[in-house]
Design a protein around this ligand. Structure first.
Ligand SMILES: CC(C)(COP(=O)(O)OP(=O)(O)OC[C@H]1O[C@@H](n2cnc3c(N)ncnc32)[C@H](O)[C@@H]1OP(=O)(O)O)[C@@H](O)C(=O)NCCC(=O)NCCS
Length: 158
């Protein structure tokens, strides 16, 4: 039986490597440059305050084992930043390389991060998705995430 952290994918667009073995594992500090590169290349991901390498390293130190990546053909093809503040969990920057989409990687990354947050006692997890990100909204709704219509997100630099 296939290990639960492995996915075997047929990737039609990559004729040179039609089969890819995808490994899902926790995101660690040395993965961050490759993960950041994936995010900067992914439409729908907005790199913002808190996304510098030092900030992301700090986030991982505070939130060990809750963020995950997918590795395929030796490179990072999917990533999700996940953590908590002791009360709520938060998911940020779910991205899957376009060649590897619609094969279950996004779901698997979310499942693994939610399980890790739950194991730390977190019972409610939030995320932001842009109003015009139709793929993203569909993806989250199909997984049972509910839009929070009673509140508007607000922000300020301290
Ligand atoms: C949103 C995103 C992360 C989804 O990643 P993904 O790996 O394609 O997600 P999954 O494959 O797990 O699920 C996507 C769809 O593929 C379907 N799927 C899963 N396995 C499949 C398979 N073997 N064959 C065909 N379809 C499959 C799922 O049912 C799902 O369908 P849906 O349209 O009903 O939701 C990806 O599209 C992405 O990176 N988008 C750009 C960044 C972005 O917008 N991120 C969200 C920010 S909030």
């Amino acid at each position: 039986m296939l290990h639960p952290d492995l996915l075997l994918l047929t990737v039609a667009k990559t004729s040179k490597s039609p089969i890819a073995e995808i490994k899902i594992r926790a995101l660690i500090a040395r993965d961050l440059p490759a993960v950041r590169k994936l995010w900067t290349q992914t439409k729908g991901i907005e790199i913002a305050e808190g996304d510098s390498l030092p900030c992301l390293n700090g986030f991982l130190r505070r939130n060990q084992g809750t963020s995950h990546i997918a590795i395929g053909n030796g490179k990072v093809v999917g990533a999700l930043l996940a953590g908590h503040d002791g009360r709520r969990g938060f998911l940020y920057h779910l991205a899957v390389d376009s060649t590897f989409r619609r094969a279950g990687i996004g779901h698997k990354l979310v499942d693994r991060s939610l399980a890790a947050l739950k194991a730390k006692g977190i019972v409610r997890v939030l995320l932001l998705v842009a109003h015009d990100n139709r793929t993203g909204i569909k993806f989250w709704k199909n997984q049972g995430w509910e839009p929070l219509t009673f509140a508007n997100p607000m922000g300020k630099n301290p």
